[in-house]
Write a protein that binds this ligand. Structure first.
Ligand code: AMP
Ligand code: ZN
Length: 113
């Protein structure tokens, strides 16, 4: 298993894990771009958003629900936050295991860079 995020999900590589269940793992980004920067990844290896099909709908829904719960536990729910999924080169994706970025604790800019 060569994938970095698969190794984090399995515990082979350490990370600061915030939440884990059968279908997902949430952990702090190693290079945080905001006071709160957490990555939420599926346990199964899915490379990009382009690989999703309707069988993944519940998983992605549950990841989104987990993100909102984690935002609450991080104390940023009311102030606000941003959920981002980057896809391929133009999206700025660097790790090819699907992930959601949960960013908060500061004012986000729009348009994004
Ligand atoms: P992306 O550019 O959307 O593919 O995001 C990949 C993210 O993974 C970046 O924000 C990196 O800082 C983060 N990252 C890379 N390696 C690790 C690691 N070992 N532990 C935690 N986060 C990581
Ligand atoms: Zn993987």
């Amino acid at each position: 298993m060569a994938c970095l995020f698969c190794k984090i999900a399995s515990g082979e590589i350490p990370a600061e894990i915030i939440y884990q269940d059968d279908e997902m793992t949430a952990f702090r980004d190693i290079d945080p771009q905001a006071p709160t920067h957490i990555l939420i990844i599926p346990s199964q290896h899915i490379e990009t958003l382009n690989a999703l099909d309707p069988s993944h709908a519940e998983l992605i829904g549950n990841m989104t629900l987990a993100a909102a719960r984690i935002a609450a536990s991080e104390g940023i729910q009311q102030q606000g936050y941003r959920l981002v999924m980057n896809c391929n080169q133009d999206g700025g994706q660097t790790v090819f295991h699907l992930h959601m970025h949960l960013l908060g604790g500061r004012q986000m800019l729009w348009p994004p860079g």
